[in-house]
Design a binder for this molecule. Structure first.
Ligand SMILES: Cc1cc2nc3c(=O)[nH]c(=O)nc-3n(C[C@H](O)[C@H](O)[C@H](O)COP(=O)(O)OP(=O)(O)OC[C@H]3O[C@@H](n4cnc5c(N)ncnc54)[C@H](O)[C@@H]3O)c2cc1C
Length: 378
């Protein structure tokens, strides 16, 4: 989005900047709040076509599916091909399913992509579709009807936010639910301070959400899953088991040497870039965000990293055109993360510090709205 918004910089140089994306861009920062009914979907989207066209660039509504590096051609799902001088891949991530005993992942994607029972948290548009489905399910029902069984898999920040915001939506609709959060690790949000993880676990329990920690997913069937040897029936299952680089990176033969998919974890590797965000194997290809492996280091798959990469990416694309030296991106050591707890409170963490309260959510709301406004208003 940052590069698209600065398309005029390319136009001044007599270069056409083309943005290829299948549709509107869904921002993740407000996505769990949207699921919980706090935000409407329009607030959470950026019109990428309008953004780039206003800055003098070109938009193509399509999906990149392949690459011919020798001919410098990008292949699109429509069958069209596009010649490039420089290519920047910023195609994000998808949900990484944990390795499950004997279950063939290849059979799963179509089934778990977007409902009606099994949902993955990416693409973000899924969370809007899920909210619509839940609002229908949560229509008033006779008192004798059994509660809706909802399971969220994944004890990271996303899984916890999803569980808390589904609970918020159910409360708004007056629906009875039984909600379980299943986490492979014994500790929630394992990258964040221990105190924050405890506060989060307490918040989940206080809201009546069953926390099943230290339980690895073993099998997923149509309406039942096995985790830690226990069977759980579900009406709705949401998979928030971590993110991995988008599959198309491997399809384009750009994935780092691990060979595509890690046998243990199903964590597919991304394209390995130098500190300049240029692909290590081809000086015409750059990348940023969740689809890269940054100089062999593991960066969290978080938008706050992509946002800081964006100005470096823009600078380096222009410098590559001008034949000037490239800049290095230096990942931030600490970063602010604020979870929307779905009750008007946020849980903010920064390095070893954390804070739960209304002020945290107010702060998150302000940061996200300001970020979005920059791209929604041109
Ligand atoms: C529910 C949820 C909440 C989150 N909340 C936060 C948060 O609060 N803060 C935070 O820092 N991070 C958060 N994250 C993580 C954050 O979403 C990602 O780290 C961030 O979106 C990565 O940015 P990106 O630009 O790499 O990819 P994305 O934001 O996923 O953007 C990728 C873009 O590429 C397009 N695309 C995909 N494939 C193709 C293709 N083949 N051809 C053309 N276009 C393609 C997509 O349509 C999309 O527009 C959250 C993630 C989830 C799932």
């Amino acid at each position: 989005m940052h590069v698209a918004r600065n398309a005029h910089e390319f136009v001044h140089r007599g270069v056409e900047l083309v943005l290829i994306d299948p549709g509107k861009f869904w921002y993740s920062g407000l996505a769990t709040g949207m699921l919980g009914g706090m935000y409407e979907p329009a607030l959470n989207q950026i019109d990428a076509q309008r953004l780039i066209e206003c800055a003098g660039g070109t938009f193509i509504a399509d999906t990149a599916v392949g690459l011919d590096r020798e001919k410098k051609l990008l292949c699109l799902a429509s069958g069209a091909t596009l010649r490039y001088a420089l290519l920047s891949l910023n195609i994000g991530s998808e949900v990484a399913l944990p390795r499950m005993n004997g279950q063939d992942h290849a059979a799963l994607p179509a089934a778990f992509e977007c409902g009606p029972r099994i949902w993955s948290v990416k693409p973000i548009a899924n969370l809007w579709r899920l909210r619509q489905q839940l609002e229908q399910r949560f229509q008033p029902a006779p008192k004798t009807a059994s509660p809706h069984q909802i399971v969220v898999a994944g004890g990271g920040a996303t899984g916890c936010e999803i569980a808390l915001n589904i609970d918020a939506l159910a409360r708004k609709c007056g629906a009875r639910i039984r909600l379980s959060l299943i986490s492979r690790s014994a500790r929630l949000i394992s990258r964040q301070p221990r105190g924050a993880a405890k506060a989060l676990a307490a918040c989940l329990r206080q809201r009546g959400i069953e926390l099943v920690a230290g339980s690895a997913l073993q099998k997923i069937d149509a309406d039942r899953l096995l985790a830690g040897g226990q069977s759980y029936r579900f009406d709705v299952l949401v998979l928030a088991t971590g993110l991995k680089p988008a599959r198309v990176i491997a399809d384009m033969n750009l994935a780092a040497a691990r060979g595509g998919i890690d046998e243990e974890s199903d964590e597919r590797s991304g394209m390995k870039v130098e500190p300049t965000l240029r692909w290590t194997a081809d000086s015409a290809i750059f990348g940023a965000g969740d689809c890269i492996d940054f100089a062999g280091r593991e960066l969290p798959k978080l938008g706050v990293f992509g946002v800081r990469q964006a100005p470096v990416l823009l600078h380096n694309l222009l410098a590559a055109l001008d034949g000037l030296p490239l800049q290095d991106y230096e990942p931030q050591k600490n970063y602010l993360a604020i979870l929307n707890l779905g009750c008007g409170d946020g849980l903010a963490t920064w390095g070893p510090f954390y804070w739960r309260g209304r002020a945290s959510l107010w702060w998150k709301d302000r940061i996200d709205r300001r970020f979005l406004a920059r791209y929604q208003n041109g």
